[in-house]
Design a binder for this molecule. Structure first.
Ligand code: MLT
Length: 242
């Protein structure tokens, strides 16, 4: 007797660092880029607070050309604001009247780079703890093969990104298939530390690296769950609020 019960659920896969991106094929899949501290948390928060569009660009040089054309420009390298840009990469810089309704060019060390690497995907969205439930709902509603792309740090694995990927996998484990160990590991990591996430992340190298820059409040914010009801989605050029 043949087994006719096929598992037609879509696949959820986690890419733990950009160094492993070549093992994933984004064609016809949705990609959720995850850079918890801080790029994707900042993008989600900015759109929630009224920024019209966050436009990722790869290099400072490219951002400079937009600056010369009169655009607002934001970004960092190694966590430090580019001195002549209008803004750095802190979520708190994109909450005021001065940015409401504006389009902002955004370049960061890891996060925006991964957005650009995801080209070819069906949809590219920005996921983070600050818009967690909206992301869960969107992935579920899309019901399509999905890659959770952790931005890491200069191709290295970082725990905060994997934790958010694990939160997504845990939430959607009944609706999606898990077929690789990166995805299973992220789920188990989240299950293990979810009650003490900030305490755990404080032991991580990524936290220590950025804490030295005096951005502890940003980190606390990025690890919090204000539940902004926003799915930042690339419209071809930049992230818009869905
Ligand atoms: C990045 O893209 O590497 C980060 O968002 C760095 C930062 O926290 O500014």
């Amino acid at each position: 007797m043949t087994n006719t019960l096929e598992d037609n659920r879509p696949i959820l896969e986690v890419c733990l660092t950009p160094a492993l991106w070549d093992q994933h094929d984004p064609k016809d899949k949705n990609v959720v880029v995850i850079d918890i501290i801080r790029a994707t948390s900042t993008i989600a928060s900015a759109l929630h607070h009224g920024v019209k569009k966050m436009i990722p660009v790869e290099t400072v040089e490219e951002a400079n050309t937009w600056l010369e054309k009169g655009y607002l420009v934001a970004g960092e390298r190694d966590g430090i604001k580019i001195p002549h840009f209008h803004f750095g990469n802190s979520p708190f810089e994109f909450m005021g009247e001065d940015v409401r309704g504006k389009e902002i060019i955004h370049t960061t060390t890891n996060g925006t780079r991964c957005v650009l690497k995801s080209k070819g995907a069906r949809n590219i969205v920005a996921g983070s703890f600050v818009n967690q439930d909206a992301i869960f709902d969107w992935i579920k509603k899309e019901n399509r093969n999905t890659i959770l792309f952790c931005a890491g740090w200069k191709d290295h694995y970082v725990m905060d990104d994997a934790l958010f990927a694990g939160a997504v996998v845990r939430e959607l484990a009944d609706d999606f298939r898990i077929i690789d160990d990166s995805t299973l590991s992220a789920k188990l990591l989240y299950k293990h530390v979810r009650e003490n996430m900030l305490r755990t992340v404080k032991q991580a190298t990524h936290f220590k690296r950025l804490q030295r820059l005096g951005i502890e409040n940003d980190i606390k914010f990025c690890m919090s769950n204000p539940q902004f009801d926003v799915v930042p989605i690339i419209d071809g050029v930049g992230f818009l609020k869905l």
